[in-house]
Ligand binder design. Structure first.
Ligand code: PRP
Length: 206
């Protein structure tokens, strides 16, 4: 039996469709409702819905053998897992964005609002710019509008949120897509099951 952590939401639905196509369908999963754990013993799979930002925690600690998570979360939390495949969907970019009239204020740290302090910190360290990180949990685009920050570091997918709030992309700092990750011990002790699932996934990606 493989335990698979799926990110709740559109990305998780897409991953399930891929796994179903690869022979890991689960009738219980498709019935909907508020259940969070679904099993198909015949296919040897158990799915759980978890918050996207928690997938890597379940996989790192072995509560799940594998899962799917965005590269943004991997970059931010550096979980001790194997990153086995780039699924090629869930594409977006981690960007620096700011108001149109933005000028880097010299002589003081740049105030950066973000949900991704480690990614932002690493990026500005790489260009030797001092920053003051302002950690927020959502609606990041508001921060420069209210003078809370000079810039934001955030995910841009369609660009609609930036556009509708009068912000512009200044730098793309990391391309993002969904990754299939596995627990290190599971990879060692369930190599056949994981290998089978991976080749099912890979054959449907190409
Ligand atoms: C994410 C991200 C941006 C938005 C980008 O926010 O933080 O705000 O989506 O998408 P777009 O380029 O297609 O507009 P999310 O929807 O997760 O909400 P949040 O503000 O609560 O984090």
């Amino acid at each position: 039996m493989l335990d698979i952590a799926l990110p709740k939401g559109r990305l998780g639905e897409k991953v399930y469709a891929l796994l179903k196509d690869a022979g890991y369908g689960c009738r219980e999963f498709e019935e909907g409702g508020r259940k969070l754990i679904f099993t198909n013993p015949d296919a040897g799979v158990r799915y759980f819905w978890v918050k996207p930002s928690d997938v890597a925690v379940y996989v790192e600690r072995g509560a799940a053998d594998a899962g799917v998570v965005g590269k943004d979360i991997i970059a931010e939390s550096s979980p001790d897992v194997y990153e086995m495949a780039d699924l090629g969907f869930g594409r977006c970019d981690m960007c620096v964005a700011a108001k149109k009239d933005f000028k880097d204020p010299e002589g003081r740290p740049l105030r950066v609002a973000t949900k991704f302090p480690n990614v932002a910190g690493a990026y500005y360290a790489s260009i030797s710019r001092d920053i003051d990180i302002i950690k927020l949990h959502g609606s990041i685009e508001i921060a420069p509008l209210l003078g809370l920050s000079d810039v934001i570091v955030d995910i841009v997918e369609t660009g609609a949120t930036l556009r509708e709030n009068g912000l512009f992309v200044y730098e793309k700092i990391l391309p993002i897509s969904a990754r299939f990750i596995t627990n290190k011990a599971s990879s060692k002790f369930k190599p056949d099951e994981i290998g089978r699932m991976l080749s099912g996934i890979r054959s449907r990606l190409s």
